[in-house]
Design a protein around this ligand. Sequence first.
Ligand code: ATP
Length: 739
Amino acid sequence: MSDQTTRTTAADPTGHPVQAGDHTAAVPPPPAPTRVVAPLPARTGPPPTAATEIVQPSGATRGQAARQAATSGHPVAGHPAEQATLQRIPATGETLGPYQLLGSLGHGGFAHVYRATGQGGEVALKVLTNAEHDSLDRFVGEAALLERLAGRGFPQLVTADLRSPTPWFAMELVPGPTLAQRVAADGPLPSHEVLRVADDVLDALAVLQEEHFLHRDVKPANIIAAPDRYVLIDLGIAKGHGTSTSTHAAGTISYMAPELFVRKPHARSDVYSLGLLLIFLATGVLPADLNFAGRDLTAGDVGPVDQRLLPLVLAMTRHRPEDRPPLHNLSRTVAQLTSDTAGLDPTLLAAADVTTVERGLVTEVLTGAAPAAVAPTSVLASNPVRQGEPVTNLVYDQQLMGRLHQLHGDGFDGAAEDVISTYLSAVGPQRAGGRAPAEIKDYLWAAMRWAPAFKPEGYADSYEGWVAYRQRRGLPVPGVPTATPPPRRQAGDPTQRRTPATNQQATQVAPAFRPGPVPGTRPAQATAPVPAQRPTAPAGTQPNAPVQPPVPPAGPTPRREDRDVRDEKRRESGGLGAVATILGWVPRILLALAVYQLVRLVPGFDVMPSAAGLPLFAALGDLAVTLLNLDAVWAPRMAELSIPLLGIVTSAVVNLFRAVRTRRGGRTWPFWLVVVVWVIVIAVQGVVGYAQQATENARESFEQQREQIQDDLEQGVQDTTEDVRDSLWESFENALPWN
Ligand SMILES: Nc1ncnc2c1ncn2[C@@H]1O[C@H](COP(=O)(O)OP(=O)(O)OP(=O)(O)O)[C@@H](O)[C@H]1O
């Protein structure tokens, strides 16, 4: 037992955490509620040497070894990317703390796991074998998180010695094969067993979510099939960090949710991986990767999955994370599927708003704004993707992967090596851990589950061959001016998804990854100097000379990237995108007109000409009058109404375009804004019109009364005058002598 493990928490029966900074404990298994793992002190600068100077086999510390390697210019030994980061791997029979190692259970790039025996019986003992600078933090984070999860769906943490020169922690030994081993040995699982896996893993993920964590590595190799339950293991998202020795790196990427490729983890990223996992368990194969196709899986993609399971797995693997159902809805669906009597409630599988617990996860963890209490273990979460892992890291480069996907879709797998070698010359070979392009290509093809494509006849399987193929078909080639204009897009096929006739057996339909800068022009962390872009050699000359990419801009901001992506999308969709852009301005113009009309209602501004008098709206007003068979007096009113109506129609069209182009729902705010502003215009117009009308009526009535009175008066005067005149006349006549 190391001297550090003698400072145990056994002396602390109250269950309080061990002293601050004490990272070790040797609680005899089974574990007391005592806190086994105390968090490492928060770091602001470089890691403290005491905790991280891990002894190399040679006796040199990791830091010394790294410095030696750096100053000599040579890696310590073996592969340049790996050897400076590996530390001692304990052998069977050795003792670590109170445990004797009985045999290896497995390993990844990060740690080795042993079956070990000690006082309390057998345990699974995980030993940190990667000496990358933040591996220890992550290892501590994994142990701390296991402790917090307290065996709910995960192995129970037993004890740990994280300050040992060979840091380790012991956990409950879960008997049974992993699901990867189970399927390899027995083939696909029956549906009821797939549902049991779904049930247990969903429960485990829900517990994890309550602790504000994502697993991010749900895959068959990380689920142990114990006799009575399925247990999720491997919370060390850092495994494989800084090295590519992980035997499961490709498998990990295979289950990765699309949003993780663009470094945007979502609370439902694990749902995607679990959906793929269920498909794998049910069929024995994974569907072809659709990450770069940007669409949902369909029944045709997933092979012979039980019809009852199908809606579940298709919902879980939706491309957009917000379209996937949340965990509790999935659990309820699984319960319904498991029960023979209950019917399936389809609303549970519909896209649902972010739940409260998910919101906590998103705001606290994914954005890095975790509260202090979570911070010590959120090393797992603060690195949503495995940065720095050679080769694996390449799949996060959208430019590179998009281009490779395009080549693959066209059937030019052989051209991939050219593109990769160009890419490496741009970003530096260290980005891929010094691997050769062919090796990288094989890795990426395995990771993305891309089956070998079939090249169209008559073209070399090289970058130049691909360029020639595209040029001959009038298709855009990134970085090369199009010789002939691209063919007109067909109505009903706006994305122009195209499968080459000769490439029917390539893994996927070519997703029309559109031309953009040559790969490597905007790598996420490109720092290496890059040669200037060189024009593509004509087909047939220099068959293996790749096109050199232009210099990557230094450190683009995310906002800039967003803009670039938007621009790229616009370019990708060609004329369709331009039409959508122009149309996109129409609602805004109409909105401006609506505001203008509103201003006209302000007293004093009514001298401004009405927008409804513009020829377009006047014509529309007349048209409406004719079509609706209305009285001509309605024409101005219909011209007014035509403005918001036009806004609604164009907004609907724009949204349709956008939905087709991006496979997302379009923006609806311009539509609502136009409508709302117009409702206000009409309401204000109504009130003002009513007031004007009322005033007019009052005025008219007053006028009428006045006229009436005047008439009456005049009449009265006239009558009186006539009466007087008559009576005078009569008197006069009577007074005449001859009467
Ligand atoms: N609690 C456990 N009980 C039994 N076996 C276990 C346990 N934990 C891990 N193992 C075995 O050890 C193997 C490696 O474990 P784990 O995946 O945690 O290590 P890792 O270094 O993070 O590996 P990877 O890079 O594959 O994720 C597992 O595949 C499993 O077979």
